[in-house]
Design a protein around this ligand. Structure first.
Ligand SMILES: [Zn+2]
Length: 335
């Protein structure tokens, strides 16, 4: 059934866009298997694309050819959200020998301020410290037990503190250092591995030179329901990308996969050509170019499920809701 569908004219008029986030430098996939895969797992996925003779196209070309009705059979595009350092260090070397075109949607605030991304690093440090307790009156008078529920509460308390005190990026970074100290973790070694960092400008230039396509994901990984602020995020992101050597980025990915009904019109007026979500489906000519679905692939998705998405079968059959519902990895940033 899969093989028949893969080569069908129905599938030929459709495009599957794959969405990835992180590739583990150390143990990140054990912490968050919805967002992190191992390099070996990624290698196997790329082999499946080769074995099934999927035709991996650059995102822009694939969308253009979908519109023109000239897609090749078994068309796939590969996208990475956020542009974390582990893309450069772990995913890029695995991807390179396959020669597949890849688009990275780069959020640029932490590219310039190259320190760990606050929200996920809070959660990662709390996870690393399990099963101890965290007793830090600055957060709460009672200690947090660092089981699943306790870590969620401690994470909320940390984010709440940063919001209440309107912390700058530097202040949030100091809070992370203080948290690691409270948890007795070897933070210098975590920092040295650049876990949960965004690529540096030099690393972005290097992947651009290697043929990776870099596109828009907002500067501070956030959207606003106010048009002016929404567009400012795109502008700031565009300027940062232009300074890195991407003068005309025009493809966008909603941070966290979140969107409101007014966003497509705003994006179109701003000269954006496409926008991707984290809703799962194949793209057809009837799809709204500013609400394009993707398959958020992750280690809990079996090879059978993956191949049935490649063929399109999974999109036709009723399918179970697939975690994660959104692509949220990186939090809002201060102005
Ligand atoms: Zn993102």
């Amino acid at each position: 059934m899969n093989a028949l569908l893969l080569s069908s004219s129905w599938r030929r008029n459709r495009l599957l866009v794959l969405c990835y986030h992180g590739t583990s430098i150390d143990d990140e996939h054990l912490w968050n298997s919805s967002f992190y895969v191992t390099p070996q797992w990624l290698q196997r996925r790329l082999e499946i694309l080769q074995e099934t003779r999927c035709q991996v196209l650059p995102l822009g070309e694939a969308l253009q050819r979908l519109e023109n009705g000239t897609l090749p059979p078994r068309a796939v595009a590969i996208t990475y959200d956020d542009g974390t350092h582990d893309f450069y260090r772990r995913a890029y070397p695995v991807l390179k020998p396959f020669g597949f075109p890849v688009t990275v949607y780069l959020t640029t605030y932490y590219c310039g301020f190259n320190r760990p991304v606050f929200d996920p690093m809070c959660d990662y440090l709390l996870w690393k410290a399990r099963p101890q307790t965290l007793h830090w009156p600055r957060l709460r008078s009672l200690p947090f037990t660092l089981d699943d529920a306790g870590r969620a509460q401690a994470g909320l308390a940390l984010r709440g503190l940063a919001n209440r005190e309107s912390m700058t990026g530097q202040q949030k970074d100091q809070l992370l250092t203080a948290l690691a100290g409270q948890l007795n973790l070897d933070y210098p070694s975590i920092l040295a591995q650049r876990i949960l960092h965004i690529m540096t400008p030099g690393e972005v230039r290097e992947i651009l030179h290697g043929g990776i396509d870099v596109q828009l994901h907002t500067h501070r990984h956030r959207v606003s329901n106010m048009r002016e602020r929404f567009l400012r995020e795109i502008d700031d992101n565009r300027h940062a990308l232009a300074a890195l050597g991407v003068p005309a980025a025009s493809h966008f990915c909603y941070p966290g996969g979140f969107y409101l009904p007014e966003f497509p019109g705003w994006l179109q007026a701003a000269g954006i050509r496409s926008a991707t979500t984290c809703q799962v489906d194949l793209i057809s000519r009837n799809s709204n170019p500013f609400l394009l679905p993707r398959l958020v692939d992750h280690m809990n998705l079996s090879e059978t499920e993956f191949t049935s998405w490649l063929s399109g079968l999974a999109g036709i059959l009723p399918h179970r809701p697939m975690p994660p519902a959104t692509g949220q990895l990186i939090e809002d940033q201060p102005q």
